[in-house]
Ligand binder design. Structure first.
Ligand code: 0L1
Ligand code: MG
Length: 262
């Protein structure tokens, strides 16, 4: 690690305050160009520690930048992961106050809920499918704390991978009866289709993103516990939203989930 613990704590406070006060900031690597991956995840961990200390519960995990569309949109090449706090969760059909966000975008995703722990190294698609209780449509609302979404990957990891809100809904699907590679999705904004795709856009199979997450956590001596909700990553590029917009995600065989922005 390149950063002192005191600097990690200061950067975590800066980024979390930006999240809680809906204010943007230049990317942190501008001031700390030598920070490494361990520093980036240590800042994310410190943000998580601060939330838990204030009484928040961690309700899930997210894999980010798991599709070529997202990697191309962001100009990066490596997937990343973050955590989901309880207050990120919005009811299906619910409303999000854009006054509490900076510049939200939505991503169509397939969420997994596990029924058994997953631990890397060596975690693979078959292990993920065997450990999956069900899959369900999910809309992730990302809101990078960095000005104009301009960042590099280490800055993104420190910022909990732009996590801000998520919605799940529709039908709980049994993976035994689904081919998630060919499962089609349509994302609608204000009744108009704005993005289309299929599960294979996420690392060839959305379960591969969950396996990758288990393997990345395994390198840190951690696992994905049973009962974890996991967002497997955007199937298409993220779509910008503003107050007044209504978004619906339709997933083949799994129904739909919606959210409105005010
Ligand atoms: O969920 C994601 O794929 C987002 C990862 C962070 C990068 C971004 O803000 O788009
Ligand atoms: Mg996402």
């Amino acid at each position: 690690m390149k950063l002192a613990q005191e600097v990690i704590e200061q950067l975590a406070i800066r980024l979390e305050n930006c999240e809680l006060q809906a204010q943007d900031t230049p990317k942190i690597t501008d001031d700390h160009p030598d920070m490494d991956w361990d520093d980036a995840y240590a800042i994310q961990d410190e943000i998580k520690r601060r939330k838990i200390a204030r009484g928040a519960r961690i309700v899930g995990l997210k894999a980010g930048l798991t599709s070529h569309a997202k990697m191309k949109q962001m100009g990066v090449e490596t997937p990343v992961f973050g955590f989901l706090a309880d207050y990120f969760s919005v009811a299906d059909g619910g409303e999000i106050d854009t006054g509490k966000l900076i510049h939200p975008k939505v991503e169509p995703e397939i969420a997994f809920v596990t029924k058994a722990p997953l631990r890397g190294p060596g975690c693979h698609i078959a292990a993920v499918l065997a450990a999956t209780d069900f899959v369900i449509p999910a809309i992730e609302i990302i809101d990078s704390r960095y000005r104009d979404f301009k960042f590099d990957l280490k800055s993104v990891v420190a910022d909990n991978c732009s996590s801000s809100r998520f919605v799940v809904g529709g039908r709980m699907g049994d993976v035994a009866g689904l081919d998630l590679r060919t499962t089609g999705i349509v994302l609608e904004k204000n009744g108009e289709p704005v993005a289309f795709g299929a599960g294979a856009a996420v690392l060839g199979h959305p379960a591969a993103a969950v396996a990758m997450l288990a393997n990345m956590l395994g390198e840190r001596g951690e696992e994905i516990p049973a009962g974890t909700l996991i967002l497997s990553g955007g199937i298409t590029e993220a779509v910008a939203v503003q107050a007044g917009d209504a978004v619906t995600l339709r997933v083949q065989g799994l129904g739909s989930t919606s959210v409105r922005f005010r």
